[in-house]
Write a protein that binds this ligand. Structure first.
Ligand SMILES: C[S@@+](CC[C@H](N)C(=O)[O-])C[C@H]1O[C@@H](n2cnc3c(N)ncnc32)[C@H](O)[C@@H]1O
Length: 243
């Protein structure tokens, strides 16, 4: 069922260089603009918020934000970006959601859903979201397309230096897994983190959403500067019944 996956404990060393490697201010603005077309109400839960850039952007746009992540090192960076306690950051496993609160909208950005390792875990996540969402409220997320497995059948490698730390990033495909091996060099390193993401079939995701009390629509990337075109599905699921 739910429960913390050992893979999710991996955002420890990567937290130190995550923003420098993955940070994308323009992408955050575009993603937030897309979300604002689908969000309803004011109280929003950002699942797997990481270092908080999207959470904080939505806060700046006037939403009352809770960011949730399983990695304390990622949350520490998020908390350091904000001087106000108006944004709440919570360390919790999203597969075992227990906030005992109802939100107007829930989001989960940047293939974080793909950290679920099985359809059973995906179901635990969708069930938890249903129980934390107001009736009629949207759950907006993106997931890797199936084609990504083929895309990385030839491994992809990238390396660079950030703040005196060298890194090497390898992405390989072993269907249904996308494996990211990140090596960081320097200052007491090297350290290696291996992140495994499961690529689900869209039909299974949509069918689980229906089982978990949602109706869904696919979001058209063309309206949002081709956001994640040919890479990820963006989905808006509306809670239509209590579980
Ligand atoms: C690719 S990052 C995305 C972070 C953020 N949403 C963004 O857009 O930058 C994935 C995040 O998912 C978090 N994560 C993975 N599994 C999780 C789980 N079971 N519960 C909560 N967070 C999880 C990781 O700690 C990491 O911060």
């Amino acid at each position: 069922m739910g429960g913390l996956s050992d893979q999710t404990l991996n955002y420890v060393q990567l937290a130190l260089v995550y923003d420098a490697i993955m940070g994308d201010p323009q992408g955050v603005i575009c993603y937030a603009r897309m979300l604002s077309d689908f969000l309803s109400g004011n109280k929003v839960l950002d699942l797997a918020c990481g270092t908080g850039d999207l959470t904080l952007r939505l806060h700046d746009m006037g939403y009352r934000m809770t960011g949730l992540d399983v990695s304390e090192p990622m949350l520490k960076i998020a908390r350091n970006k904000v001087s106000t306690d108006e944004v709440r950051f919570v360390c919790m496993d999203m597969l075992d959601l227990g906030l005992n609160e109802i939100f107007d909208s829930v989001v989960c950005a940047n293939d974080s859903i793909n950290y679920c390792r099985s359809l059973l875990q995906l179901k635990a996540l969708f069930t938890g979201v249903n129980r934390h969402l107001v009736l009629g409220g949207p759950f907006i997320f993106d997931v890797h397309m199936e084609s990504r497995l083929k895309e990385f059948s030839d491994p992809f490698e990238e390396e660079g230096v950030i703040d005196g730390l060298g890194y090497h990033w390898l992405i390989e495909s072993e269907p249904p897994i996308l494996r990211h091996t990140v090596t960081i060099y320097g200052r007491g390193y090297p350290v290696v983190e291996v992140h495994e993401q499961t690529v689900f079939e869209l039909k299974d995701i949509l069918s689980l959403l229906t089982d978990c009390g949602f109706r869904w629509t696919r979001i058209d990337p063309k309206k949002y500067d081709d956001l994640y075109l040919d890479e990820k599905y963006m989905i808006c699921a509306i809670k239509e019944r209590e579980l």
